[in-house]
Design a protein around this ligand. Sequence first.
Ligand SMILES: [Zn+2]
Length: 307
Amino acid sequence: MHLGGRFAASGSRPRGASLSIAGLVLFSIVTADAAWPRTLTHSPKHHGPRLAALTPEPFLRELAAKHPPSKPSATGCTPAKFRIALDVGHTAESEGAISARNVAEFVFNLHLAQRIVDRLKGEGFSETRLLVTEGKAKPSLFRRVAAANALDANLFLSIHHDSVPDSMLEAWEYGGKTSHFSDRFSGYSVFVSHDNPDFAASLRFADLVGNAMKAEGLQYARQYTLPIMGRNQHELLNKDTGVYRYDQLVVLRKTRMPAVLLEAGSISNRDEEVAMQSPERQEMIASGVTEAVKEFCDPRWAILGPL
Ligand SMILES: [Zn+2]
């Protein structure tokens, strides 16, 4: 996300010449044009019991009751048929946040999302699609939603990297120029929208992602409940997994399938930025997300392994 203005074009701070997305052409980008066979409903199964177990707060159970989970798929979960839309947050034109070392969030998002796609495909989720969207910020949000809906995906996951509100940034010299950072906060966070048509399933997947991050030894970002976050303050839905409620996010409320946004880590934090660039951290997150997808696809996976 870009906390300086979620729909605004980036570029309020100067970026160094070192910023380049030329390397991106190395990726084998699969666009949303690729059609999926429509043999499944976009309805993962068995959301109820796990949701209750993971979210003991009564108000959440009430919330989930108002939004009953999707009906179980008649065909069960077959990874090869389970369609995941992996959304790369922001665009080459509107790059999101700028890291402490002047690298665009979009570049981080693309690298990590590609690793997650590779990992999912390696585990048999061959119908996973990387969504790379072009253009200005706000229209791109609706384009990515339209792409996911057209694909009739079973699950939507948007990949972002976190920053802090501009007012919290401090100046330092990096690469011979004035750059901006904040080491105050770090960690991943997971967002869901109450307005998603399958909120219960969205919350269940978000909890699975948060649990997987925790299992990898990662901590979630605590600052979103703090008054200092102003309009970026959000309700913490699960204090164990780091899942926050963010109803207004277009990609979560307009998608017609369970949808979750993952802020993988803070790139305003100088130490965490270095970690987020490392293949080790990227693999760790890709592995966690893949485990979460497996269990979402079929909760028995966690107990029995591949079925
Ligand atoms: Zn972002």
